[in-house]
Design a protein around this ligand. Sequence first.
Ligand code: IPE
Ligand code: IPE
Ligand code: MG
Length: 273
Amino acid sequence: MGKDIPVAEEMNQSQARYPELFGRIDPAAVPRHVGIIMDGNGRWASRRAFPRIRGHREGVHSVDEVVACAREVGVRVLTLYAFSVENWRRPKMEIQALMSLLREYIVKKLPVMHQHGIRFKTIGRTEDLSPNTRKLLRRAEQETAGYGGLVLNLALSYGGRTEIVDAVRSLVRDAADGKLHPDHVDEALLSARMYTAGLPDPDLIIRTSGEHRTSNFLLWQAAYTELYFTPTFWPDFKRREFLEAILDFQGRERRFGLIGEQLKPTKRVDDAL
Ligand code: IPE
Ligand code: IPE
Ligand code: MG
């Protein structure tokens, strides 16, 4: 059956609910890796005179929608910035609430990951998390390791600078052991020591809530990433908003330092170079 002739039973929710937006997406130019800085839960809640945690709870619904939508449009890797190294400085109560939401999420969604062949991964200093949380994360990673569907990558206790420090440390350790010559250090080697080793660099990073900063997210990997900023708070960012971000991305010209005439008529990173 033709891949691009959708039949009713093959229609996914993104297609069924947003046929116009979905129909405008070019399946050949879907970003392979999308990163999201899920920001604005607290402000979403404050505007409604709710406690901040209610905003985080609501944000989990957005995670559900965006994970499903990413799968439905054919994104290969989705990296969600869930907790930064800097977030440890928040009030203890809020940190505890976030960690308990995280555990609840994994327990509830592991069957869904199995159902859709989603491979779960984490990046960050997860050793900073509680033993209970770590155990759950490890379980989800191990149980889904063999799947070839969407890679759902959660950034937890993550910091871009911390990641670079950890990568450099591991290289210096090898050099000190005589296993690595300084001349052999290059971009590929450093990339292979990042938490994201083996994953493509993000093509698109979305930040919600109207802030125009990266807040220490994927610093090394985002060298040529397209950035998309939206004033929408994370709890209001659902399928429709994700599809709009993909469409915006598809309207960009990625030049990678070249001039327009040098580019082949394609938007794929690997083809363009
Ligand atoms: C993002 O929402 C969630 C995390 C950083 C864990 P915030 O909690 O930062 O919400 P705002 O930015 O205060 O509105
Ligand atoms: C960035 O949001 C981190 C996450 C979304 C997990 P923050 O709310 O922590 O970022 P800043 O403090 O506004 O830069
Ligand atoms: Mg914030």
